[in-house]
Design a binder for this molecule. Structure first.
Ligand code: NOJ
Length: 749
């Protein structure tokens, strides 16, 4: 990969001036003060402890995280600026992952919007709210590629695909960091977790990964590279190891790739105590060894581990670590502080404090929630519900009226009192202001205490309500606590008695609409035939209610598309669209299901191709899939020119037509395949996408510029290569798009 040459896109102070200020400051710093800049400590909920005050005053703290109380934060900042010898301001970080007070859909839900502009606006909104509370650094975006929905952290990621995740990573970096990093409402972003965390074995958090370097470079690194090129200020090391070397001691990642290949000049923070954990991994004997390993690898800041604080000065004194290495690490931290304008404006501005976020933030959260919902099934056009046909509405399930559970993971600063639940919004829509039943009526039964409950004691009430109703709306799925860090599942079907509830309600014959709120794709094959319509809403955030109600009753139309493949059953995982072909790919002819095996079937009777006997080899729904309230048809695919060189490009175009009777938004997707190469390549890879709004009957030609450069991959020698030969392309509405063509890359010679 070529070294990044782009200037930092978000600073206005000339870089030379910043570099000069860094050198001047470094010259004045004692070793202890330098090490202080590399030390990040946990903040406080209330007043700061005397010890913390002393440490800040002594210049032994460079950064705080989770310092939520603003007056304490300002006081600590005042001590750092006015009472420490050199007056270097603190950098205050926090997990502002999908909103601060106002909560947007979880990042995976945002990825389902396939809408970089909206995602950027969402991060901007979060930055405005968080910076008004003194937080100038967020630990987002998480750009780990998520291909195992058992892993609870897929909730925080941007999906399974490197292209989609890269586009959205850039959008989030831009949103958080703003046009001008020094503006008081901008915050430093942090691309995490570098790198490969998404490959944690068995989808179990913190687990070992096994990622060949080619896979690392092709799948896991691109979103980080995109974030670096977009000017992201910081990266966070992954908890995981890579080929036996934990990321926090991995020089190949932190220095060879990040610094030497990509030219990153911001700083890298460890994850929480991930430097001391080098001993737990079995890599280091003690804290001193761990601190040395991390510093030599290229970890600049120690998050809460306190090992830099304890050991770096003796390591320098003993000659184990060169002070020049410390200077390098400190200069990276100072560079970010200067770029943020912290020296000029260290304090929060009380006039900017957003006690209650403005209504525009809820409008944005509403838009994001609407666009993140993916309509997966809509039998007989059950949706949108016609208000005159569906006047009696049963709202059932444990997630219909849960102001907090609809927000998802990482919501430390959320204000659940801002939440509007589906029940509230549906009531308002169906019953109107009068609420006397003259317009319509809603009956609500929670049925299950939590989504995990197994008791069926209230099933009778749910069945009665469904019998009474014209339609039963079920809100099932996962509470917030079932996804996120350290919240992994071995079975990703609906928890507890939810499936039984669905069957009981279905038994009434009343049409059933299932709305799934969850932090991950769920395995829903066994319930699909129980429902007339199915919406995957993820954890939609503050405005879940109005968004879902409007989608159900046709005041908004679904436009989300799956950012991760939906498996049929957990055992199919990992299942993702950009797999390689194998030498024996399954085919409809070779596939034999276990139920169809005759007694005494011989060993060779099952087709000898790559599938499980007890489930189909396809997913339940493919990556990129999502229905709307209309239909689209694709035609006239053209590739021009049909031949290009490794530094050229082609234009791929196709016409998409709204063939239904309602307006709708299609997400037009471009996929390619390199069918023969020096290393085997994925059967399809996303290379472009565009959201297109079409009126009924309207057609639009959509074209994509596809550069040969974007087809490069790590070749046999691990260098990026564009290999001449034929490439297949498809344009359509999911990873299973069928309208295809091809072009050829010819050698320059
Ligand atoms: C651990 C998590 O892995 C990371 O994503 C988060 O930013 C830090 N803790 C700080 O809370």
């Amino acid at each position: 990969m070529p070294r990044s040459t782009s200037p930092n896109p978000v600073t206005t102070e000339p870089e030379e001036s910043i570099e000069h200020r860094i050198r001047t400051l470094l010259d004045q710093m004692t070793l202890g003060e330098k090490i202080g800049q590399l030390n990040q400590l946990q903040g406080t909920d209330g007043p700061a402890s005397d010890e913390l005050i002393r440490e800040v005053r002594a210049g032994r703290v460079g950064s705080l995280l989770n310092q939520v109380d603003v007056s304490t934060l300002d006081e600590l900042q005042r001590i750092a600026v006015e009472e420490s010898r050199l007056g270097i301001p603190l950098l205050v970080g926090r997990d502002v992952i999908h909103g601060f007070r106002t909560i947007l859909p979880i990042p995976l839900g945002q990825a389902a919007t396939w809408d970089p502009d909206l995602v950027e606006a969402g991060a901007r909104m979060a930055a405005r709210e968080a910076t008004s509370h003194g937080i100038r650094w967020t630990f987002a975006p998480m750009v780990d590629i998520g291909r195992d929905p058992r892993w609870g952290r897929v909730a925080e990621c941007l999906g399974e695909d490197p292209h989609l995740a890269s586009e959205l990573a850039v959008a989030m970096v831009r949103g958080f960091q703003g046009r001008e990093l020094g503006a008081p409402d901008s915050m430093a972003a942090c691309a995490k977790h570098f790198a490969g965390y998404g490959a944690s074995e068995a989808g179990r958090d913190y687990n070992t990964t096994n990622i060949p370097e080619r896979e690392l470079r092709s799948v896991h690194l691109p979103p980080f590279r995109a974030a670096v090129d977009a000017g992201v200020c910081t990266l966070m090391a992954s908890f995981s190891d890579l080929d036996g070397i934990p990321a926090s001691a991995n020089r190949f990642l932190m220095t060879t790739i990040l610094r030497e290949e990509w030219g990153f000049d911001g700083f890298v923070v460890s994850d929480w105590e991930s430097i001391p954990q080098l001993c737990v991994h079995g890599l280091c004997e003690d804290g001193r060894e761990a601190a040395l390993a991390a510093a030599l690898a290229g970890i600049d800041m120690d998050m809460v581990g306190r090992l830099y604080e304890q050991h770096l000065s003796t390591l320098v004194a003993d000659g184990a670590l060169d002070e020049a290495q410390i200077d390098l690490m400190v200069s990276r931290v100072l560079r970010v502080k200067f770029r943020l304008g912290l020296f000029e404006q260290p304090y929060t501005d009380p006039s900017r404090r957003l006690a209650t976020p403005p209504a525009s933030h809820r409008d944005l959260a509403y838009q994001a929630a609407v666009r993140s919902a993916v309509l997966l099934k809509n039998e007989g056009e059950l949706l949108p519900l016609a208000p005159d046909r569906f006047r009696k509405v049963a709202v059932l399930g444990p997630l219909a009226a849960e102001a907090t559970e609809q927000l998802g993971t990482w919501i430390f600063d959320a204000d659940p009192s801002l939440s509007v639940t589906p029940l509230e919004a549906i009531r308002e829509l169906v019953e109107g202001e009068a609420g006397d039943g003259s317009r319509g009526e809603v009956r609500h039964v929670r049925v299950l205490e939590t989504g995990r409950s197994r008791s069926q004691s209230e099933f009778g009430d749910a069945v009665d309500a469904a019998r009474w109703a014209d339609v039963a709306l079920l809100f099932l799925g996962e509470e917030s606590v079932l996804s996120g860090e350290a919240h992994c599942r071995a079975d990703i079907s609906l928890p507890g008695a939810q499936e039984a509830l669905l069957r009981a309600v279905r038994g009434t014959g009343t049409p059933v609409v299932l709305v799934v709120l969850a932090g991950r794709p769920l395995a829903l094959e066994s319930v699909l035939d129980q429902v007339g319509a199915l919406i995957m809403a993820w954890h939609p955030g503050t405005m879940a209610g109005p968004a879902i109600a409007d989608l159900l009753f046709g005041h908004a139309s679904p436009s989300g598309r799956l950012p991760m493949t939906l498996p049929r059953v957990t055992g199919q995982i990992p299942i993702y669209y950009a797999h390689r072909n194998t030498g024996r790919p399954p085919t409809p002819d070779s596939f034999v299901h276990i139920d169809d095996l005759p007694r005494g079937a011989s060993q060779l009777s099952t087709g000898l191709t790559s599938y499980h006997l007890d489930t189909h080899y396809t997913p339940l729904f493919p990556f990129g899939f999502g229905l709307t309230y209309t239909s689209f048809r694709y035609r006239d695919l053209a590739v021009r020119p049909t031949e290009t060189t490794p530094d050229g490009s082609v234009r791929v175009s196709a016409v998409v037509e709204n063939t239904g009777t309602r307006p709708g938004i299609e997400v037009v997707q471009l996929y390619v395949r390199d069918p023969v190469a020096s290393v085997t390549r994925p059967v399809r890879e996303l290379k472009g996408f565009r959201r297109v709004a079409l009126e009924p009957g309207e057609s639009r030609a959509v074209d994509f510029e596809l550069s040969a450069h974007s087809l490069a991959f790590p070749g046999r020698d691990m260098n990026q290569v564009v290999e001449p030969g034929r490439f297949d392309v498809w344009v359509g509405g999911s990873a299973e798009a069928s309208l295809g063509g091809s072009f050829t890359i010819v050698d320059r010679a």
